[in-house]
Design a protein around this ligand. Structure first.
Ligand code: HEM
Length: 504
């Protein structure tokens, strides 16, 4: 018996050591075959795992470990999870724009992301290919039509009025996070399903809570089934929660989809779900199989889920950073108030106001430069063997763009650490052309954010409504903290109190 157990232990050890040696040899051979981007010294097997344990912000560890490399470098996130990090604007442009077809893939998904994306049937995590392309085009068309209609503005105004009333009741300094969460979530619900919720309505409270829990479970941490996929078949709490949350969201969406199909009226499109259903109807019987597959019910449901998961936190975080930078820069606030006051009551058509409100637009750009809410975007995968800069990139390599580093690179920006909206304004007060090589909060190329038009229109309208009504400051003696909180893929401000006063 003892001999048997010793033998089995020896076998396990042998397998482990054997696998490690095999992987090291493979990695050595690969390095010989290709001229791969260099990397910092790293521990064998665990790579930089412990760096990420100390600081979970990918952008921050990428910046620290990439100091001695100019354009791109390789790094092991731990346990042979090698990725290439691009830190210069030129190299990101070469990959995402000049070689956009090659670098448009997505990383192979962990188990929970597969469940989340309905088996790669959303837009964010879907593989590059004809179905994804059509699904993305449909979403873009629906978003653009929606932004061009009056609906978005109506929804933003009424949601804002509700939340503004709550803000006005705050008599002490407070953290504005929950107010912005409510505001954006309600706008997104109206946009997606045309449903106008009261903020304390049970269905709204349930939906927000379920999306928040899913965000925490799916994006907040690594669960055992991600590391050992076979565990997905066992009743482990974390895997059960992921399945349950996604099932609840799918059931909810199915009800909405059935309602929308029943009441679809091409003369009165109520929301994005209607827009997508109409596009599907217009596709007709003669469309090819790819087109039909791109708009199955599962894909429509997951496109709508993308709006919740990609569109809410990014917008809330940008608004919170905006409030903080403006509270910390009274001169900027004075100029902003002046610009908004000059508009008087005429803030109609706010979504088209980029040129009517150049200073507000410059503030938005500067906030997105200083604190991009998706500072390393989402990993891209090389779809074939290729070259990038002076190096070889084998098929399957996962690459990240360090957007935060590019936005703070002194080669691109004068005094990059200073908050200065004026850098986007010409001497005559008009807006400068934005340089899309160095200003990339929405990334670039084939996988560029599909919701940019919606996100930017929301930010513009909310900031104009907010600062027309309120002024902000930090409590006397409180030092604002601009260091982002610990979060892998996002750039979130730490909780802090702010004074919001109604303007006279
Ligand atoms: C301030 C607001 C936002 C910012 C800064 C932002 C930024 C980004 C970034 C950096 C990416 C990754 C691009 C890449 O992989 O290279 C992305 C992807 C995406 N975003 Fe946004 N986003 C914002 C708002 C929104 C909104 C409002 C929506 C939906 C209405 C949205 C939907 C998406 C989708 C579906 C993708 C995946 C695109 C694809 O893989 O083809 N985003 N976003």
């Amino acid at each position: 018996m003892i001999v048997l157990s010793l033998l089995s232990l020896l076998t396990v050890k042998t397998v482990l050591v054997g696998s490690a040696v095999f992987l090291l040899v493979m990695s050595y051979l690969q390095r010989k075959k290709y001229k791969l981007p260099p990397g910092p010294p790293q521990l064998p097997i665990v790579g930089s795992y412990f760096e990420f344990r100390k600081d979970s912000r990918l952008y921050s560890v990428f910046t620290k470990l990439g100091k001695s490399f100019s354009d791109l470098f390789t790094i092991d996130l731990g346990f042979w999870h090698n990725v290439v990090v691009m830190k210069s604007a030129d190299i990101v442009h070469e990959a995402f724009v000049e070689k956009k077809e090659i670098f448009a893939g997505r990383e192979t998904l962990t188990w929970k992301l597969k469940v989340f994306s309905g088996g790669n049937r959303d837009i964010i995590f879907s593989d590059y290919g004809p179905v994804w392309r059509l699904q993305r085009q449909m979403a873009l068309k629906a978003f653009r039509a929606y932004v061009a209609s009056d609906k978005l503005e109506t929804f933003v105004r009424s949601s804002f009025d509700e939340v503004a009333t709550l803000i006005e009741k705050e008599t002490e300094p407070f953290d504005i996070d929950s107010h912005f969460q409510l505001l954006i979530f309600n706008i997104v619900c109206r946009m997606a399903y045309g449903k106008s919720y009261k903020i304390d309505e049970p269905e709204f409270v349930w939906l927000k809570d379920t999306v928040d829990k899913t965000m925490g479970t799916v994006f907040g941490s690594i669960i055992p089934s991600d590391v050992i996929p076979v565990l997905k078949h066992f009743p482990i709490q974390s895997s059960l929660s992921v399945k349950q949350l996604i099932k609840e969201l799918n059931d909810f969406q199915n009800v909405k989809l059935a309602e929308h199909k029943k009441n679809l009226n091409s003369g009165n499109l109520r929301d994005i779900m209607d827009q997508i259903l109409l596009l599907k109807e217009e596709m007709g019987a003669e469309s090819d199989d790819n087109a039909k597959e791109s708009l199955t019910d599962t894909r429509i449901r997951h496109t709508l889920l993308d709006i919740f998961f990609a569109g809410t936190q990014t917008t809330v975080d940008t608004l919170k950073w905006m409030i903080m930078y403006i509270a910390d820069n009274p001169d900027v606030q004075t100029k902003l108030h002046k610009e908004l006051d000059a508009l008087g009551d005429d803030i109609s058509g706010l979504r088209h106001c980029r040129h009517k409100l150049p200073y507000s637009e410059a503030i938005q750009r500067e906030v997105l430069r200083m604190r991009p809410p998706a500072p390393v975007a989402v990993g891209h995968q090389a779809l074939c063997d290729t070259k990038l800069g002076a190096y070889d990139i084998p098929k399957g390599t996962v690459l990240y763009a360090n957007i935060m580093a590019i936005h703070h690179d002194p080669k691109n920006w004068e005094s990059p650490e200073v908050f200065k909206p004026e850098r986007f304004i010409n001497n005559d007060g008009s807006l400068k052309e934005v340089d899309n090589k160095i200003w990339i909060p929405f990334s670039s190329g084939k996988r560029k954010c599909v919701g940019e038009s919606v996100g930017r229109a929301n930010l513009m309208m909310i900031s104009a409504l907010f600062f027309s009504r309120f002024e902000v400051s930090f409590p006397h003696g409180q030092k604002p903290d601009f260091e982002p909180a610990m979060a892998e893929f996002t750039c979130v401000p730490k909780p802090q109190k702010i004074i919001v006063k109604k303007r006279m």
